[in-house]
Design a protein around this ligand. Structure first.
Ligand code: NDP
Length: 284
């Protein structure tokens, strides 16, 4: 029978660890603090911001919000980023994206100090992921996948990991994190030949192509651990992933459900990164 790798217990364990770290920091006189930067009033951004604030406060992490108007000049956001970079009371920064089209997102993102980049979006953070040095933080979704593997005791060493999707937010950094754990990694994308054959070869399979229910039976094999990163809605409005869950359930060894899998761990990772950023600030 397929084991469901639910995200909730992973997030709970991570929260417990974070709360302990926050407690220790508070005893050392440091209140871990997250700054959330938002431009405009997009409902998705507001809802993510509210969720992040709630989760932060529940873990004892302070959350400060900085909201710029929809038509704010690019320089105003640049100034805000520089201000939070320099404020020693702020340890982590979440910059809600996408930024409005008239802004140069790449330039603005890279103004952010990698040390405070708890969402893993700067080139500095990604460099750290690729070199294995702790320059910044891994993107939260990629890290959430690693947390799930660790929590359920699924080792990577010597295993064949197949990652489908090569974005800088998920696939590419996750391939590196798996490689650092000594998996043999195949990174697939839209030009990969015989994708089904590649995926069937994996001991650990990461479905992160962003294609609604693309991966059915023919892509999956017995004994596999499958992490479904996709977030979509079916025609009835129910949330679903990249994997056809019903077809995976009678085939693979373990699977993250959608909803309630990888997505349930991502915000817990973000908050844990803020606590870790605060801890690292003490080292300096
Ligand atoms: P992107 O669209 O940026 O990247 C998709 C990747 O998948 C690309 O590398 C693309 O290849 C590849 N791809 C697309 N179609 C195919 C195909 N038919 N066959 C093989 N590869 C394909 O998506 P993201 O990485 O940002 O997100 C991926 C999914 O994860 C989305 O469903 C998103 O909603 C979800 N997500 C979930 C999060 C969570 O917390 N659970 C957080 C972030 C994202 P190529 O490079 O060749 O174009």
């Amino acid at each position: 029978m397929t084991q469901l790798l639910k995200g909730a217990p992973v997030a709970a364990a991570l929260r417990e660890k974070t709360e302990k770290q926050v407690q220790d920091l508070k005893e050392a006189g440091v209140i871990p603090t997250l700054a959330i930067l938002r431009v405009g009033e997009r409902p998705d951004d507001i809802s993510y911001e509210n969720g992040a604030c709630r989760r932060a406060e529940a873990a004892g992490v302070a959350a400060l919000t900085f909201t710029l108007s929809q038509n704010a000049p690019q320089q105003e956001l640049a100034d805000t980023i520089m201000m939070v970079n320099e404020d020693p009371r702020i340890h982590g920064v979440l910059l809600l994206r996408p930024l409005p089209k008239y802004m140069d997102e790449e330039r603005l993102v890279n103004l952010l100090s990698p040390r405070k980049d708890v969402d893993g979006i700067t080139d500095g953070s990604l460099t750290g992921v690729f070199t294995g040095k702790r320059t910044g933080f891994a993107p939260c979704t990629a890290q959430a996948c690693m947390e799930i593997l660790d929590y359920y005791g699924i080792s990577c060493g010597g295993k064949k990991a197949v990652v489908t999707g090569r974005s800088l937010v998920v696939g590419r950094p996750l391939a590196m994190l798996l490689l650092h754990r000594n998996a043999t990694v195949t990174l697939c994308h839209s030009r990969t030949q015989d994708l089904a054959g590649q995926m069937r070869e994996g001991d650990i399979v990461i479905a992160a192509a962003g294609q609604r229910q693309m991966f059915g039976r023919e892509y999956l094999n017995e004994g596999q651990t499958v992490l479904d990163v996709g977030i979509h809605f079916d025609d009835e409005g129910r949330m679903c992933g990249d994997v056809v869950m019903e077809e995976a359930m009678d085939r693979v060894a373990a699977l993250t459900p959608v909803p309630g899998g990888v997505g349930a761990v991502t915000t817990a990772v973000l908050i844990s990164h803020v606590a870790e950023a605060a801890r690292r600030s003490l080292d300096r």
